[in-house]
Design a protein around this ligand. Sequence first.
Ligand SMILES: Nc1ncnc2c1ncn2[C@@H]1O[C@H](COP(=O)(O)OP(=O)(O)OP(=O)(O)O)[C@@H](O)[C@H]1O
Ligand SMILES: [Mg+2]
Length: 545
Amino acid sequence: MRPKIVVVTGRGGTGGELVRCTRAVDLMLARCSSAALRGLEAAEVNVEVDIAPGLPGLQIVGLADAPGRESRERVRAALRNSGFRVPLTRVIISLAPADLRKEGPAFDLPIALGLLLASGQLAPERLEGVWSAGELGLDGSLRPVRGVLALALAARRGGARALVVPAANGPEAMLVEGLVVWPAEGLSQVGALLDDPVRASPCRPAAALAAAPPPLELAEVRGQAHGRRALEIAAAGNHHLLLVGPPGSGKTMLARRLAGLLPPLPHAEALETTQVHSVAGLLRPNTALLQQRPFRAPHHSCTGSALIGGGAIPRPGELSLAHNGVLFLDELTEFRREVLDQLRQPLEEGEVWISRSRERSRFPCRVTLVAATNPCPCGWFGDPQRACRCGEAQRQRYWSRLSGPLLDRIDLQVVMRRLEADDLVQPYAVGRADGVERRSTQAVGQRVAAARQRMVSRNPGGCPNAGLVRADLQRHCRLSLEGLDLWRQAIQGRRLSARSAERLLRVARSLADLEDRERVEPAHLAEALTYRSFDQLQTTEPGGN
Ligand SMILES: Nc1ncnc2c1ncn2[C@@H]1O[C@H](COP(=O)(O)OP(=O)(O)OP(=O)(O)O)[C@@H](O)[C@H]1O
Ligand SMILES: [Mg+2]
């Protein structure tokens, strides 16, 4: 019997090899392309399928045991239930390169397509240069997978002719310009798509632009003028903020209003934030671009890897999920100290590196941190009317739970007081007009946007004031003699470290931007000094003010 010659397909140019089979049945080797996530990026993975004589069996190598077994069962059932034939012979599927760690069900679709190709149910030229990813249901339906934006970027880099993804991931994949995306509901539709993409392609799924809920209203926060002003400065210059106050003073309420003061995400930043959420598997089906700045508030019981990121195949943590937005650590003293300490370096550098024996993954994390805490265990230290029941030793222990180095990285500290009765009852007065407009989220947001505009056009690379390095700080924060004097006195009088002294100047720069001033003036420095009130509280007598 003459050997049958069959053609193997592969990504643009890599296919075309000839394989000789010794039997006149369709036994062959096939190859198709997909990608595996590595941190925020994706790397090309070749799914190779070899159909050989032998007892029926399907073996997957290159995927961890359990996911491999599960994938095998899903693919078999999906093929059968979509009207395709499952080869009744020995099949080996290899996901190469073998030394790249892979996980997740996204390889179901390329495995199924490889099987169809190798068993002659799909013409090789149809799959030429086509990348794919998607989880298969037993009925052959395609379920969304995580990280599709990164996969689509890898496909474009790899010169893919088209990318087949589950329909629910379509809008996300289509964010990548210059890449042809074929979204499909199920395996049978993928078959039809590969046969005739024009006829089988449904109209492009509309990206669900989830109606953004209106931002929380800042004017609802009564009193607390110092806290509200600090929120405005934090938003203007991306300064980290600590709110300290008794129970019910509005710390949580205030912190939740910060994201609403920040300007909308520029496209490049929105894309990066979307990619982080996509890799974490948190992007909702049919969502394209995340247009709102994230606000993440992890619980204080969270672990270091939940906060910073981690896992055998690293995934982003809450810190990176807050990228370009706000990370809120409520009840700061309840977080484990070693967890808080892990924040130091990423907060400074704007990125997290997670090392594993085989690879290092990088996740971005440029966030504005807001932390809130009570001043002491009973919550009333420093209140003029309510006595604090904690002893000095108890208070010191409580404060020592706050990581000193972390506090050193916080530019704005605000000690809030209990809400005055007048502030609380005023809004209920008949015919009252109290200038709410000036305090509204919209008005403050406009002031913040104008200040940020100035900041971005002046600072190199659009760096926020909070991240100015020393050379730029010196260039953009020149002080008059009076200003220098005030700064010197503050450093000496409050025994500020070099880091804290420069933080003061950065806050003063944001205050000048909010006032549309070219120069940092003594008044800005003086106001900046009022945002070190937690330092002062710690040296106050109990009940003192
Ligand atoms: N300044 C305020 N203006 C208007 N309402 C306020 C204010 N402060 C507190 N409240 C009311 O009290 C509720 C509790 O406030 P919030 O949770 O912000 O306090 P907190 O300072 O975080 O307290 P805790 O220390 O117990 O966490 C709010 O939902 C709001 O209804
Ligand atoms: Mg609270």
